[in-house]
Design a protein around this ligand. Structure first.
Ligand SMILES: [Zn+2]
Length: 314
């Protein structure tokens, strides 16, 4: 059942003659990308502002034409680096086609569940232990342990949560302490966006190939390194880039996510809209986060995490 946004966004898209061509042979190429970006800027500008804000923060689905265009571009890019089509390339045998996109569109609610699960220190291990956290906890998190593990009593002491049933958390070493709420948020933010701030809300961003989202697999010599090189070399032709390309200051506090690819001709328009409507956006986000302790740092620093990454265009 289409939402109101899909209907209004779709009507605007249709009225401007922006039909979407899907399929690898019809991919929008490099020369047409600026044109698409301009077209999407005017679509976004024609939509009611509250609807765009809700699109950005993940509480309304993107206009179907936006999702379809971005998905078609990523499908075309993946096809272009497909080993079957370019056997000369040293791209490894990748997962079956249905698994190529391990994560695409995500709602505010879904992102909130991920966030609250990590904050409460439940479920599977997650990226990443910072050097700061390691030193605050006085060595409870050992060198070489890069993921926070909610099943590990030492990590539970450091995070500051009660032991699991039947277990005991070791005491903190002298001079050490557990993480504050803000420090926990900073740890989570290295590899997860806060709900409302995820580019996955936009329908323009995709995590590819690696269900484990393991940064080591994407480094030189890793399983996905050849795929990364191919994506990086050819992505620009399809309007796809890696916004979390880590180069220090321009990456907010996120780690590099080489599996994450973003279709910039739409993402850029949304970021421009967000900048131009910053106070309205803040009110919409604050209404969702409320005064919950899990979002104290996020309330202060949301601009850095939304605007402080590459816009996706490389
Ligand atoms: Zn992602």
């Amino acid at each position: 059942m289409p939402t109101e946004l899909e209907e209004s966004g779709g009507a605007i898209v249709r009225s401007q003659g922006l039909s979407v061509s899907v399929g690898r042979t019809d991919a929008i190429g490099r020369s047409a990308l600026e044109h698409r970006a301009n077209a999407w800027r005017s679509v976004i500008g024609s939509m009611p502002a509250p609807e765009v804000l809700e699109w950005i923060i993940g509480i309304r689905r993107p206009p179907p034409a936006a999702s379809a265009e971005a998905a078609a571009q990523v499908a075309s890019l993946v096809a272009a680096i497909d080993i079957e089509r370019k056997p000369a390339r040293s791209v490894p045998v990748l997962a079956p086609r249905k698994d190529w996109i391990v994560s695409g569109y995500r709602t505010f609610e879904r992102q909130e569940a991920i966030w609250l699960r990590k904050f409460a220190f439940q479920g599977k291990a997650f990226e990443r232990v910072s050097e700061l956290a390691r030193s605050i906890c006085g060595g409870l998190v050992r060198p070489g342990e890069t993921r926070w593990d909610p099943a590990q009593p030492r990590h539970r002491s450091c995070w500051g949560v009660a032991p699991l049933q039947g277990e005991r958390n070791p005491p903190l070493p002298p001079g050490a302490r557990s993480l504050t709420s803000e420090e926990r948020q900073r740890e989570i933010l290295q590899a997860s966006a806060a709900p409302g701030l995820s580019r996955h809300h936009w329908g323009t961003d995709f995590d590819l190939f690696d269900a484990d989202l393991d940064p080591a697999s994407w480094e030189r010599g890793g399983r996905f390194w050849p795929a990364y090189v191919a994506l990086r070399d050819e992505g620009a032709d399809y309007g796809l880039a890696d916004p979390f390309r880590g180069n220090g200051s321009s990456n907010a506090g996120y780690i590099q996510e080489r599996w994450h690819w973003s279709y910039w001709p739409i993402g850029r328009g949304l970021l421009e809209f967000a900048r131009a409507n910053e106070m309205k956006l803040q009110r919409a986000l604050e209404a969702r986060w409320s005064l919950r302790p899990q979002f104290t740092l996020v309330r202060q620093r949301w601009r850095d995490y939304l605007f402080g990454v590459g816009e996706g265009k490389s």
